[in-house]
Write a protein that binds this ligand. Structure first.
Ligand code: 2HG
Ligand code: ZN
Length: 460
């Protein structure tokens, strides 16, 4: 074992330094199987002090690190490119008591979203962000990637829940800002700077979040519509009429078919429709009537099925939430996560399949996502060796429509080369200056988020 490994072992203990390839394996490939690389070793610190000691040891040895939470990321930002020390944060699972006066909670970076939800709910509070990977996604990773999910329409994304954090800088310095003050104008907001920085500026070890009221009365509608324009008409009606609107999601027949055969689910309607919208309402009192009234009056509704009980709601959500698993079972997808202004959504959807097929004949394009934000998950199966061209042509369609090449999954390694489609040269220069101010030696997550300088104009 080398000096660095000996030092890391002294910090975390033998059981938490994984050098053997068999033990490293689960950390080295993302769960879509698209990104894989071999780490020098995996190190699993237990708390902030151990993370700081690990970072100091690696920085002194000049060895780069890649940071990983629940390994549910979809852009390759948490798996090694090759030769890094992989710092896994899943042992940072401390859960402090819910602060019911402030309506906030402080948790370790490795706590899963599901565990935090279970922790907050007995106090009548809930986490404002929710997403399908809740059982594995960790709070630290969700902050580092500014995760979005199915409730952004109501509560915003992860950065909007954040009131403070603790993090280890690339030289091992610890910054702690966990008082969770509602008002605090004392200069640059370091907490917000680290949200969405994808492990390139610091390692987040603890997080303080504001919680939202737990809303026990819910109603879900799966609505058949005539296409994307009709879905937007329904969204506008839902926004205008439903004071309790909590989610507005969209999917299309190709995805519906995959999901149905994967989960052996019955057809939700007697006929197939060009698009499906899932609406959820949530309140302290039953929102079902409000939802039914709106659906009854909206001309865009072709057919609808509504459920207010727990099992019925889960049954309807399954049509939307199992898309990722169903697609993964069908192959290794090329995944793109984009958003465009809502007025551009229909035009984009109309050209996506043909855009993909022009560079990857026979590829299958599956679309679904978060209608409220114009956020589509473009999943392409059977792109074969054309995955890169698929990424390029789709992201250019998005950029032409003033959209974002990464709506909620982050840039990671997957989109770094295309960053200039969404950010100006001046902005990228500022991002680089921030990175080199905090991480001059480039030891944290190299190759993630920022393109290597030579690539700047490759895709621009
Ligand atoms: C979702 O909305 C996730 O379900 C995953 O963001 C999206 O698998 C995907 O492309
Ligand atoms: Zn999503």
């Amino acid at each position: 074992m080398s000096d660095l490994e000996e030092e890391l072992r002294a910090i975390v203990g033998t059981a938490h330094l994984l050098v053997d390839p068999d033990l490293r394996d689960a950390y080295e490939t993302d769960w879509t199987r698209r990104f894989t690389g071999s780490a020098r070793c995996v190190v699993r610190p237990a708390d902030t002090a151990e993370v700081a000691a690990v970072v100091r040891a690696c920085a002194t040895a000049g060895v780069p690190m890649v940071v990983q939470g629940g390994n549910t990321g979809l852009v390759g930002g948490g798996v090694p490119a090759g030769g890094e020390v992989l710092v896994s944060l899943t042992r940072l699972t401390a859960l402090e008591p819910v602060d019911e006066i402030e309506g906030q909670v402080t948790v370790g970076a490795g706590v899963t979203l599901e565990k935090l939800q279970a922790h907050a709910r007995p106090a009548g509070l809930d986490v404002g962000v929710d997403l399908a990977a809740r059982s594995s996604a960790t709070i630290g990773g969700m902050v580092a990637t500014n995760a979005g999910g199915i409730r952004v329409l109501r509560y915003g994304s992860m950065r909007d829940q954040l009131t403070g954090l603790e993090a280890v800088l690339p030289d091992g310095t610890v910054i702690t800002r966990l008082a969770g003050l509602a008002k605090d104008n004392t200069g640059y907001d370091l907490t917000q700077l680290l949200a969405g920085s994808e492990g390139t500026l610091a390692i987040i070890t603890r997080v303080r979040l504001r919680l939202v009221p737990l809303l026990p009365a819910r109603a879900v509608a799966l609505v058949a519509v005539d296409g994307t324009d009709a879905a937007l008409t329904l969204l506008a009606a839902a926004r205008g009429r439903l004071s309790t609107l909590a989610a507005a999601e969209i999917c299309y027949p190709e995805g519906m078919e995959l999901v149905r055969s994967y989960g052996r689910l019955p057809a939700p309607f007697d006929a197939e429709y060009p698009a499906y919208v899932l609406l959820e309402c949530a309140g302290h009192t039953d929102p079902t009537d409000e939802l039914l009234d709106m659906l009854g009056e909206c001309a865009a509704v072709e057919d609808a099925t509504v459920a207010s009980d727990v099992a019925g709601r889960a049954r309807l959500w399954a049509y939307r939430e199992t898309h990722t698993e169903a697609i993964n079972t069908a192959g290794v997808p090329t995944k793109l996560d984009i958003c465009v202004p809502l007025r551009e959504l229909s035009g984009l959807v109309a050209v996506l399949s043909e855009t993909v097929e022009a560079v990857a004949p026979g590829a299958r394009t599956i679309l679904f996502g978060h209608l409220g934000e114009g956020n589509l998950h473009v999943n392409v199966l059977d792109a074969g060796e054309h995955a890169e061209q698929v990424t390029d042509v789709v992201l250019r369609q998005v950029a032409q429509r003033r959209g974002s090449i990464s709506s909620e999954h982050g840039v990671g390694r997957a989109k770094a080369e295309w960053l200039s489609l969404s950010r100006s040269a001046e902005e990228i220069d500022v991002l680089r200056r921030i990175k080199s101010a905090l991480d001059p030696a480039g030891v944290l997550n190299p190759g993630v988020l920022l393109p290597t300088p030579a690539d700047d104009n490759v895709r621009g």
